[in-house]
Design a protein. Structure first.
Length: 112
């Protein structure tokens, strides 16, 4: 029916590039701290978005299957609220990191 073919993809990961920069040292004026922060932000934002989506999906399922039970309804609504508030805190922490990077002249190379 269906055939699946796999092909090798040769790509250099950003983690590998960062490790090579750290091995070279910061003698050329590079800022490895900014690179580390940028790498963390690059993975933390999408991961937090996936987690929020999963938590809201599970809470929505709880909400739909609660059958009008007030305790289950309250629990599902609290879970949705907590997921959204947690995501807002993560986004605010990114904003604070970027602001501190600008104040302390640390270049964060992640596109933020």
């Amino acid at each position: 029916m269906f055939t699946m073919t796999s092909s090798k993809i040769y790509a250099e990961s950003s983690l590998q590039k960062l490790l090579e920069k750290l091995e070279e040292g910061s003698s050329s004026g590079d800022q490895p701290l900014g690179d580390i922060i940028g790498l963390l932000l690059q993975f933390a934002i999408p991961l937090s978005g996936i987690c929020v989506f999963a938590l809201v999906a599970m809470a929505s399922y709880k909400l739909m299957t609660s059958r009008g039970d007030p305790d289950k309804l309250k629990d599902a609504k609290e879970q949705i609220t907590n997921a959204v508030i947690g995501f807002i805190f993560i986004l605010l922490s990114v904003v604070i990191l970027v602001l501190l990077g600008k104040i302390l002249n640390i270049e964060i190379e992640s596109g933020y």
